[in-house]
Design a protein around this ligand. Structure first.
Ligand SMILES: [Cu+2]
Length: 159
């Protein structure tokens, strides 16, 4: 607060060395007894944040909030998972208006899928796999990925 007051009073005064300030708060990995709360926002047509930080092996309580008007989903998984859902959901193009058609993929490429309707919040407790591989979060409702609904997962630390 004092720093803020100084900044307002003397705009030219810097509040410490910006290079020493981390971009995001340090992450305290979640546990089964105390999951780390993680917010993931879907919009028409993007995710916030633009990188999802996860610790391999931690337990998180994901809060997926749809701030857009369209139905969205968050699929967490590696490239094989993303490709499987993109292919499965492409088959629904041309479906009549209404709820998203039911689709499924093989268990080994299922990943984690969370579907959220406009204005809805879905909470999911989830233990992050320990294996490190390139993962991402994608929305594979037809056309959404191409419009920008994919972000990388950044593995930030090991338990
Ligand atoms: Cu979407």
């Amino acid at each position: 607060m004092a720093c803020l007051t100084m900044a307002i009073g003397v705009a030219a005064v810097a509040c410490g060395d910006a290079t020493t300030v981390p971009a995001t708060p340090a992450i305290q990995p979640g546990t089964a007894g105390s999951p780390r709360e993680v917010n993931l926002i879907t919009k028409d047509y993007s995710f916030l944040p633009d990188v999802l930080d996860l610790v391999p092996g931690e337990t998180v309580l994901l809060h997926v909030v749809n701030g857009g008007l369209a139905v969205h989903e968050a699929i967490l998984g590696d490239d094989a998972v993303q490709a499987a859902w993109e292919s499965a959901e492409a088959a629904t193009v041309g479906s009549p208006p209404g709820p998203t058609p039911v689709v499924s993929v093989a268990p080994q490429v299922r990943g984690l899928r969370i579907v959220v309707r406009s204005g809805e919040r879905v909470d999911v407790a989830w233990t992050v796999p320990s294996a490190i591989a390139p993962w991402s979060v994608g929305c594979h409702i037809p056309g959404h990925l191409a419009r920008g609904m994919v972000i990388p997962i950044r593995w930030v630390d090991r338990l």
